[in-house]
Ligand binder design. Structure first.
Ligand SMILES: Nc1nc2c(ncn2[C@@H]2O[C@H](COP(=O)(O)OP(=O)(O)O)[C@@H](O)[C@H]2O)c(=O)[nH]1
Ligand SMILES: [Mg+2]
Length: 320
């Protein structure tokens, strides 16, 4: 996904080091007044370009798919991030302004006077960059956190698999997909989510296993997890809630059904109740019964999920 490719964010110390050392090099290639002028320009250009690059490397948050925008908001806060980027944009413009101001003041001074002015300008560059030190740090931290967002395609029809721990979510996703090789971590959970793919009638569907998010009562989720669940609401085209009527998973059936009800109330997408471990117990009212380990009705559940998605590929107008 696009946030994977965000370049590392320089620190203010790195920016200043780079700008001043490149300026020194360009100054050594010349002498007298011209050396000072070249140093001023080089330092200003390096700073204003690098600061601007930090800003432009980020996608426009308004254009980001709602699923990812919500995740970004959960992980770092879109408004704060915008504020930091706008401060960095200000610093970029400010270094250019200082360069222009000092270029004007260079007129009519000798080499010695130019050197004095150039030093003054460098001190102001350093001040400007130090003023956005915390903003650069925050943006760098956000970039590091966001690089590890799971690789989920918001435009692909999506079946979300929910249910308490040990009901068989991962077994199901592993059984029907090649998910073993496709795990990713949410930055805010300790567990890995699994994303697997299946194909039906040449359409790819993604199945998302959601440990740490849709496996417990809403009131047990922290704020970030709740927001991640909101992100999943944008994503889901159908939700399979797996329940274990045998109670072998360690959670009583009634609390499992409460979770199912909470999800049904929250998600707009169709929510199917699937009694897994039907080889152990079928003692629950469910839409479907299956046993992943006995390979009983696993494909039937998958077909039902695909039907519930009801995905119609968009046809060109003429073919309708
Ligand atoms: N008897 C039985 N055990 C199952 C079935 N599906 C999964 N399990 C077992 O239940 C345990 C938890 O499964 P897992 O997929 O890790 O559950 P998750 O926490 O919901 O992802 C594992 O030991 C599985 O082998 C089933 O249909 N029948
Ligand atoms: Mg699991």
């Amino acid at each position: 996904m696009i946030l994977e490719d965000l370049p590392t964010t320089p620190t203010s110390a790195e920016l200043i080091d780079q700008a001043f050392s490149r300026a020194a090099r360009s100054g050594r290639a010349k002498s007298g007044f011209e050396a000072q002028q070249s140093m001023l320009q080089t330092a200003a250009n390096v700073l204003s370009d690098n600061l601007e690059n930090v800003v432009t490397s980020w996608p426009d948050f308004d254009e980001l798919d709602p699923f990812y925008r919500e995740l970004v908001d959960a992980v770092v806060g879109v408004d704060e991030l915008r504020q930091h980027l706008s401060e960095i944009g200000w610093a970029s413009r400010k270094t250019s302004e200082i360069r222009d101001e000092y270029q004007a003041r260079f007129r009519g001074v000798d080499a010695e006077g130019a050197k004095k002015l150039r030093k003054q300008a460098f001190a102001r560059f350093a001040d400007v960059v130090e003023e956005v030190e915390a903003d650069l740090e925050a943006v760098g931290a956000a970039r590091n956190d966001l690089r590890s967002l799971p690789d989920i395609r918001p435009d692909e029809p999506t079946i979300v698999v929910a249910g308490y721990p040990n009901v068989g979510k991962s077994s199901f996703v592993n059984e029907v997909t090649n998910a073993r090789n496709e795990t990713a971590s949410y930055p805010f959970t300790t567990t890995e989510i699994r994303v697997g793919h299946i194909e039906r009638d040449h359409i790819r569907y993604q199945l998302v296993d959601t440990p740490g998010l849709l496996d417990r009562p809403p009131e047990d989720r922290n704020e970030i997890e709740s927001q991640a669940v909101s992100a999943l609401e944008h994503l889901a085209d159908a939700v399979l809630v797996l329940v274990d009527a045998s109670g072998e998973c360690g959670y009583p059936l009634d609390v499992q059904l409460e979770l199912r009800d909470a999800l049904a109330a929250r998600f707009d997408a169709p929510v199917l109740t699937v009694c897994n471990k039907a080889d152990r117990s079928r003692d629950v009212e469910a839409d479907h019964y299956m046993s992943v380990t006995e390979d009983e009705n696993v494909d039937g559940v998958l077909d039902a999920a695909v039907d519930a998605v009801g995905y119609e590929p968009e046809l060109p107008l003429d073919d309708r």
